[in-house]
Design a protein around this ligand. Sequence first.
Ligand SMILES: [Ca+2]
Ligand SMILES: [Ca+2]
Length: 74
Amino acid sequence: MMKNKFITIAFFTMAASATAQASEVFTALDADKDGAISQSEAQALTSLAAKFKDLDVDANGSLSAEEFANFKSE
Ligand SMILES: [Ca+2]
Ligand SMILES: [Ca+2]
């Protein structure tokens, strides 16, 4: 049981770290600071632009922080 608990804690630590990094990139890409990455803002990152339509789950033409998180976790 102790081992399982340790693994759970390690997992959350890693997840928190990845989220912090994704958040930094998201902020950097969000040039107009409206809280979403538009298709034109996504052009700054070639790999992101290529996956933009796949990541834009609700197809509203911009990536929310939640949608962008899927890109970083791949
Ligand atoms: Ca924006
Ligand atoms: Ca969207």
